[in-house]
Design a protein around this ligand. Structure first.
Ligand code: ADP
Ligand code: MG
Length: 337
């Protein structure tokens, strides 16, 4: 896939040929000035976008083009799921350097288009530009029954805090990638959590449809920070026992080898793309949720009156070692605490 011979329009045509669109959902995909979605009654549409920038979010030295294509879509699907919505389609803005490596382009599109097929989220449009570094921006449109949207603001005092999967793995994986790499199969799994996240994005729609959650967020910037968003938006506090937080398999051993604190990775490490949600006090047990969602689900605490996120360890207050990820850290004086 050589951009020098294809040119911009050749590349777009190559993408168009490979992007299958369900014409019952989309009146028009790639090819005109804009894509056309067939609107459905009583459905709300959710829109989300997430960008990956070379040397900020990824390095070619440490990832595979195919994985990057998968991840670019995955991080967006995670947001759509956290709204209780089902993905309908996506748009791709692709910025690539003039002399882009044909294998990088080919691999990236392979990974992305495979991910769009697997998630039934077709590529319906985008833009292609020259850029000094790779810039991948994907926008996903999703649909959700109007009364079922899952917001951050829906939690009440007394609701239970549940989280899917396990935490800290992606942050440990990043630490491995940035040091000497994985040395064991367990560490390779942690690296995969970082480079090939697999969000349980369908879980959000299941929760929304069955009215099993009152609020939700995807854990992309660390549990402490993302739970803080839910608590603040809902006007409640969150209480979490750190002993109950599900640590990624192999996290303890890996963190020990790298001299890191596994709990800090689990509470403040980013990019786990798990789903955090508020479940009504007298709802089903975590194991029933796990069955319904087809993944691990753990109850880690409760929402209560008041504000802030409060962790306890062995019954005593516990302060996480670090806050979550932010691209632009405010000066301490400006930061909300
Ligand atoms: P315009 O100049 O009107 O913006 P473009 O030449 O940029 O048109 O795009 C032509 C068509 O190709 C549009 O349907 C657009 O959505 C689609 N397209 C352009 N780049 C991409 C891309 N990277 N991925 C998917 N579709 C794309
Ligand atoms: Mg354009």
């Amino acid at each position: 896939m050589d951009l020098r011979t294809l040119g911009e329009f050749g590349l777009i045509e190559a993408i168009r040929r490979r992007a299958r669109v369900d014409r019952r959902v989309w009146q028009l995909g790639i090819g005109d000035d804009a894509a056309v979605l067939r609107a459905r009654p009583r459905e709300s549409l959710v829109f989300t976008t997430d960008a990956l920038v070379e040397d900020v979010h990824f390095r070619w030295r440490t990832t595979e083009p195919r994985w990057l294509g998968e991840k670019a879509l995955a991080v967006n699907l995670s947001d759509v799921g956290a709204m209780g919505a089902t993905p309908l389609g996506c748009l791709l803005t692709l910025g690539v350097p003039e002399g882009v490596e044909p294998a990088h382009l080919e691999g990236f599109l392979d990974g992305l288009l495979r991910a769009t097929r697997d998630s039934h989220c077709p590529l319906v449009g985008g833009d292609t530009v020259r850029a000094p570094l790779w810039l991948i921006n994907i926008c996903v449109v999703g649909g959700v029954a109007r009364q079922r949207v899952l917001l951050r603001s829906g939690a009440s005092a007394g609701d239970r805090i549940l989280v899917t999967g396990e935490l800290g793995g992606a942050a440990a994986g990043l630490a491995l990638v940035d040091s000497e790499g994985a040395t064991t199969p367990a560490e390779r799994r942690l690296v995969a959590r970082q480079l090939r996240p697999r969000p349980v994005f369908r879980a959000g729609a299941v929760l929304a449809r069955a009215k099993l959650a009152r609020a939700a967020i995807d854990v992309s910037d660390g549990l402490a920070q993302d739970l803080g968003h839910v608590a603040r938006a809902s006007g409640v506090s969150a209480r979490v026992e750190v002993e109950r937080v599900p640590l990624a398999r192999g996290l303890g051993r890996c963190a020990a080898r790298l001299g890191l604190d596994p709990l800090a990775l689990a509470l403040s490490g980013g990019e786990d793309y798990e789903l955090l949600f508020a479940a009504p006090r007298s709802g089903p047990s975590a194991s029933t949720y796990a069955e319904r969602l087809g993944c691990r689900v753990t109850e880690i605490g409760v929402f209560a009156r008041g504000r802030g996120v409060h962790f306890t360890s062995a019954g005593r207050p516990y302060s996480p070692a670090a806050s979550g990820f932010q691209h632009f850290k405010p000066l301490p004086a400006d930061s909300e605490k």
